[in-house]
Write a protein that binds this ligand. Sequence first.
Ligand code: GDP
Ligand code: MG
Length: 162
Amino acid sequence: MLPVVALVGRPNVGKSTLFNVLTRTRDALVANQPGLTRDRHYGICRLGSRPFVVVDTGGLSGDDEGIDALTAKQVQLAVDEAAVVVFVTDARAGLTALDRDILADLRKRGKPLLVGVNKTDGLDEAGSLAEFAALGISTLVPLAASHGRGVDGLIEAIEPQL
Ligand code: GDP
Ligand code: MG
């Protein structure tokens, strides 16, 4: 069985865009599991030295009711089966209170964590990384998923943890 890498984070940070780059597909629904529209989406990343399964997840809103609760449950299941969790953040939005809350939850799960600092295009990369360093996770990877940038660095950071 291939190891699983879960993409987790707030809505709109670029998780699905990153999923599409990693799995080289334009359609995150291609590997969709039957069920809810906010179900987990699976694909295989073959860009590194060994393949792994990538799971895209719905955005965590911090709301624990209705569809958001179902999304949170799906994220939990994705994290459970993951060998590595990539916590995806948005450098344009900067570090938010919700980022901190999500990370606090992820930490309790005990899985290897790395931070993908996305949307660094047009920004000072070092400054963005410094801001997210406050999260206290040692591996921060700068990304611009919609430009396909940083993906090699992300895979390099993931592979030793698989
Ligand atoms: P998700 O909700 O976390 O899955 O985020 P999406 O992948 O749907 O992306 C949300 C929005 O951010 C879309 O409009 C993307 O085109 C945009 N986006 C994703 N990655 C980047 C990036 O690296 N840079 C910029 N500037 N925009 C991005
Ligand atoms: Mg998405």
